[in-house]
Design a protein around this ligand. Structure first.
Ligand code: HEC
Length: 127
C-alpha cells in the first residue's frame, strides 16, 4: 500500500528530469554544430589571409606582439569562435576587439578561428 503512493512520485519526478535531459542534450548538439558542424567549418587558408588584420597585435604566428594582447596560436577553435562572436555582438566588451570584430561575418570568424586554432604549438612547462 505504501509502495503504491511512492511510485507515482517517482514517475512524476522522472518525466521532467528526462525532459531536462533532452534539453541539455539538444543544447549540447546545437552548440557542437554551431562550433564545428559542417556548415560552420572554418577555412584555415582564408583565415590566414584575414589574419593580416590581426598581426600587429596577435602576430600572424598567433604569438602576441603587445603586452595587452593574448596569444591565439593553438587556441581551442570553438573558444575563438565564441570570443570573436561575443566581441562582435558586444556581449564581451573591449575597446579594441569590439571595433575589430564588428564587421566580421560568421564565416570570417570561423575562418580566423580555424587558422589560429590550427597553428601547432609546443608546450614546455617550467621546471
Ligand atoms: C590593435 C590590437 C588588436 C588587433 C588588431 C586585434 N586584436 Fe584581438 N585582442 C587585442 C587585445 C588587447 C585583446 C584582449 C581583449 C580583452 O581583454 O578582452 C584581444 C583579444 C582577442 C581575443 C580573445 C582571446 C582570449 O583569450 O579570450 C581573440 C579571439 C582575438 N583578440 C582575435 C583577434 C582577431 C581574429 C583579430 C583580427 C581580425 C584581432 N584579434 C585583432 C588586440 C587586438
Amino acid at each position: 500500500m505504501q509502495h503504491v503512493s511512492s511510485s507515482p512520485r517517482e514517475v512524476r519526478f522522472g518525466r521532467p528530469s528526462s525532459r531536462v535531459g533532452r534539453l541539455i542534450w539538444t543544447a549540447a548538439l546545437l552548440t557542437a554544430s554551431l562550433a564545428s558542424g559542417p556548415g560552420w567549418a572554418g577555412d584555415a587558408k582564408a583565415g590566414r589571409k584575414a589574419a593580416v588584420a590581426c598581426q600587429t597585435c596577435h602576430g600572424l604566428d598567433g604569438l602576441s606582439k603587445l603586452p595587452e594582447a593574448p596569444n591565439l596560436a593553438g587556441q581551442v577553435e570553438p573558444y575563438l569562435v565564441k570570443a570573436l562572436t561575443e566581441y562582435r555582438d558586444g556581449t564581451r566588451r573591449n575597446e579594441i576587439m569590439n571595433v575589430v570584430a564588428k564587421p566580421l561575418t560568421d564565416a570570417e570568424i570561423a575562418n580566423l578561428a580555424a587558422y589560429y586554432g590550427s597553428i601547432q604549438i609546443d608546450v614546455l612547462p617550467p621546471g
